[in-house]
Design a binder for this molecule. Structure first.
Ligand code: C2E
Ligand code: CA
Ligand code: CA
Length: 465
């Protein structure tokens, strides 16, 4: 099969051709979805066979004059030099259909799919290298948008790829120089009003771009392998912080929840690292909780159960984050060594408004009680939600109603008081309160809530719990 070198020289030749503006030159970057999975489960020999069959099918789709080449690994490229009237799109769709047919490999029927990135230009408009890079960018988008699909390169994809690249290289520097910091969001016991724990959330203030959202830089870190170092730094900061607070307010139970990316659990060294950080900082393992998203835990292909069991054996808790959004199988839930379910914000949003959401929250709570698991409700923004949750027996909640994630100095004063108290700052200026009227209402809500939970009998009855 032609390789990269031949592809590039042919592409250069086509781009130098004069077509009189009638035709364009298209490049289709084709990548097998989940190739690693086939390789790992059926062996390399089967992987090679799969690639050969893929190449055969793609060659069958190609028209006269097209060049199908192997770009490397499981990536094939079709050079389609006579594109007109959207023929490159037709070609791509043909490939998607051809690859959807099951393939016989090692006596087994394997169903695979491909993702395709398309870039096109008039001869002379771009260099071979640029066109290939654009097709690769489009391929990345096709993978990101769920695989088994075709995406075309456009300027917006280009801008996003450039930003991603910049975030990645700057994040590398930020990690080396330890520029990331951690904020903490309080978790409140709805029955007693005690501040019972905090969730550690990574924050990054970029010197030029300003605050970059964790949703953005965590994704970049996961795709680039930087997540291991990032996760280590967050875990270490969180444990140091917890040790400091425990020393400042001895005897006060406080738990620390840390988000863990499933990528981190791919690395067996994670357990040793966790152990080392616990020893180094002296925190009690039972005051730590590792949060993993439901979608990560429900993926039956990764051997995550073994890692979780090792974490549990150390005495550290495990929570399922964003519970309710990740297609849980109840059987899997039963078998996972997990103690805490965090009800996803999207269900809390509609609580007391949407009967469907209220039903979901109440069934998650009954399920959790029946299985002996703890529940934390996240994204509680309104007092009605907190009151409803408390009525349903949910003990712990976090959300903007109580506090956003804040710098550690703002947590310190909350620890001094047995009951959760809104920080002075938070009473006055809240993200959920855009104007003065709403701010007053929020304040009244908070006072009402404090009245609710402030009944001394409650506090006495639950003292120490
Ligand atoms: P998450 O774990 O679901 O964290 C909760 C997110 O919801 C946080 O956003 C938090 O600030 C926000 N939030 C909390 N209360 C409310 C509320 O009442 N209303 C609304 N609308 N939002 C609320 P943030 O900090 O932007 O984090 C986004 C995601 O980034 C996190 O979602 C988590 O998946 C990830 N992340 C953050 N830090 C880390 C980290 O250190 N490691 C890993 N692996 N992931 C992290
Ligand atoms: Ca979380
Ligand atoms: Ca969450």
């Amino acid at each position: 099969m032609p390789t990269r070198g031949l592809l590039i020289s042919s592409l250069e030749r086509e781009l130098a051709r004069d077509t009189g503006g009638r035709e364009e030159v298209a490049v289709l970057f084709i990548d097998l979805d989940n190739f690693k999975l086939v390789n790992d489960s059926l062996g390399h020999h089967s992987g090679d066979e799969l690639l050969r069959e893929m190449a055969r099918r793609i060659r069958n789709c190609a028209a006269d004059g097209d060049l199908v080449s192997r770009f490397g690994g499981d990536e094939l490229v079709i050079l389609h030099p006579h594109a007109s009237l959207g023929s490159e799109g037709t070609l791509g769709n043909k490939v998607l259909t051809a690859m959807a047919e099951p393939i016989q490999i090692a006596g087994r029927e394997v169903v695979t799919s491909v993702s395709i990135g398309v870039a096109i230009c008039a001869p002379g408009a771009q260099s071979a290298e640029q066109l290939l890079r654009n097709a690769d960018t489009a391929l990345y988008a096709a993978k990101n948008r769920g695989r088994n699909r075709m995406e075309r390169f456009n300027e917006e994809l280009h801008a996003r790829a450039a930003r991603r690249l910049r975030i990645e290289s700057d994040l590398r520097v930020a990690l080396r120089e330890e520029q990331l910091h951690v904020h903490y969001q309080p978790q409140v016991n709805l029955a007693t009003g005690h501040l019972v724990g905090v969730e550690a959330l990574a924050r990054w203030r970029h010197p030029e771009l300003g605050a970059v959202s964790p949703a953005e830089f965590i994704a970049v870190a996961e795709n680039s392998g930087l997540i291991h170092e990032l996760g280590r730094q967050v875990l270490l900061s969180a444990c140091r912080q917890l040790a400091e607070w425990v020393a400042a307010v001895p005897g006060r139970p406080l738990s620390m929840t840390v988000n863990i990316s499933p990528r981190q659990l791919d690395d067996p060294g994670f357990i040793t690292e966790l152990q080392r950080i616990i020893e180094q900082t002296g925190v009690r393992p039972s005051s730590l909780c590792m949060e993993l998203t439901e979608s990560a835990l429900m993926n039956p292909e990764t051997d995550i159960v073994d890692m979780l069991e090792r974490i549990r054996r150390m005495g550290v808790y495990v929570a399922i984050d964003d519970f309710g959004t990740g297609h849980s199988s109840l059987a899997r839930l039963r078998d996972l060594p997990v103690e805490v379910l965090k009800i996803d914000r999207s269900f809390i949003d509609g609580l007391t408004i949407e009967p469907g959401d209220t039903a979901i929250v109440s069934s998650i709570l009954s399920l959790a009680f029946a299985m002996g698991k703890h529940v934390i409700a996240e994204g509680v923004e309104r007092v009605e939600q907190a009151v409803a949750l408390r009525g349903m027996g949910c003990r712990v909640a976090q959300g903007f109603l109580f506090s956003p994630a804040v710098a550690p100095v703002l947590i310190q004063p909350m620890l001094a008081h047995p009951l959760w108290q809104p920080s002075a700052n938070w009473r006055m200026r809240s993200a959920v309160c855009p104007d003065a009227h709403a701010r007053r209402a929020h304040r009244a809500f908070i006072d009402e809530f404090l009245d609710h939970i402030g009944v001394p009998m409650w506090v006495k009855a639950n003292a120490g719990s």
